[in-house]
Design a binder for this molecule. Structure first.
Ligand SMILES: Nc1ncnc2c1ncn2[C@@H]1O[C@H](COP(=O)(O)OP(=O)(O)OP(=O)(O)O)[C@@H](O)[C@H]1O
Ligand SMILES: [Mg+2]
Length: 346
């Protein structure tokens, strides 16, 4: 059974980067690791040195274990579900070509998160990996991640759009019926026809689909799965992270710890000394600016340390691990390894 490590957190804090670094660190320590990235920045894909696709590709890492990486392709993952759960080939093809399916499957709120979970399950099921590290989509709010399955299922609920398809049925009041008539007029018969067909086809695969999401939910709640919250030392980032933690606790999920990314190191005694090539006069012009830079860096480092201490008091007992800001160094595997060397053993 593979272990699962989920890196969550709000937008832009470094989830994708830390997921990759975690996977690197696990592979270095001898595990067969795979990392599922979501919309990785070009530079990160370049750092892994592999053309990422919806299926795991090997990363050339010189360690005791192995590392594979993939990038979530929402549409391909949706289509895979349809193929797997359709009663037959023909039903699958018709659903894949259905215009309503094509619109909802990729644009639907929560679809990104839901497909990440689906892909994760696929990876675990394959039994090829000791550990699966999962990056999560950028969310503005902690709730988005955990609400995804509900939001997706609501769309597949016949009741919601059922009245559009069969407006004559059911006990609708006059006002509702009027709205449905307007939608019919606006959307046109063809679209309504497509929606009707969508519901007919989707109901054919919903049993397997539902069972599957039940299994995914169980996996995410099991002891097999660890959660790390990626955040930063600033006050707004910390507040978001604590809100996320509270959301997790409400769902009885256990947090393994906070990874506080991009912490500024104290500049130490980087006393600006005059470079040999520079005249005294030139140096006198430059020095105040350099001193000011060092002082600003020192203040930032102090603020970050205070932020870490503050987070520790609101962390509900979860561990708080700082990760250094590496500037622009995360452009290759070596950069990721450097970040990995600061990660706790997981
Ligand atoms: N420790 C670090 N040192 C320096 N740069 C970093 C570090 N961590 C992340 N970055 C940089 O910060 C940027 C955002 O990182 P990343 O894409 O991992 O964030 P994310 O949380 O996945 O964002 P999104 O929510 O948009 O998916 C990237 O350019 C990345 O290279
Ligand atoms: Mg990301």
């Amino acid at each position: 059974m593979s272990r699962v490590i989920v890196c969550c957190g709000t937008g832009g804090v470094g989830k994708t980067t830390t997921s990759a670094a975690l996977a690197v660190s696990l592979a270095m320590r001898g595990e067969r690791a795979v990392v599922l990235t979501i919309d990785p920045a070009r530079r990160l894909a370049d750092a892994l040195g592999v053309e990422l696709s919806n299926d795991p590709r090997p990363v050339a890492l010189d360690g005791a274990g192995t590392l594979h990486a993939l990038m979530l392709d929402r549409k391909a993952t949706w289509d895979g579900i349809v193929r797997r759960f359709a009663p037959n080939e023909e039903a699958a093809e018709r659903l894949l070509e259905n215009s309503y399916y094509r619109a909802v499957s990729t644009r639907l709120g929560g679809s990104h998160e839901y497909m990440a979970m689906e892909k994760l399950y696929e990876l675990v099921e394959s039994e090829r990996w000791d550990v699966v590290v999962v990056d999560t989509p950028p969310t503005q709010h902690a709730l988005d991640f955990f609400r995804a399955p509900d939001r997706v299922h609501r769309v597949f609920d016949r009741k919601v759009l059922g009245m559009l398809v069969e407006p004559g049925k059911g006990l609708f009041n006059a006002a509702t019926r009027r709205v449905v008539q307007i939608i019919h007029r606006l959307a046109g018969e063809r679209v309504i026809g497509d929606i009707a067909e969508f519901f007919r086809l989707i109901s054919g695969l919903s049993a397997g689909f539902r069972q599957r999401s039940q299994a995914v939910a169980e996996l995410l709640a099991s002891e097999q799965t660890q959660y790390w919250l990626v955040t930063q030392a600033s006050a707004p980032a910390r507040a978001d992270a604590v809100a996320f933690l509270e959301e997790m606790e409400a769902r009885k999920l256990v947090l393994s710890g906070f990874l506080v990314n991009r912490v500024t190191a104290a500049p130490g005694d980087v006393v600006a000394r005059r470079p040999m090539q520079m005249s005294e006069t030139e140096w006198a012009a430059w020095k105040p600016a350099l001193d000011a830079l060092v002082a600003a860096k020192a203040r930032e480092a102090e603020r970050h340390q205070a932020g870490l201490a503050q987070l520790a008091t609101t962390a509900h007992g979860a561990a708080v691990h700082p990760l250094p800001d590496l500037g622009s160094a995360i452009a290759d595997l070596e950069g990721l390894q450097r970040l990995a060397s600061h990660l706790p053993a997981v």
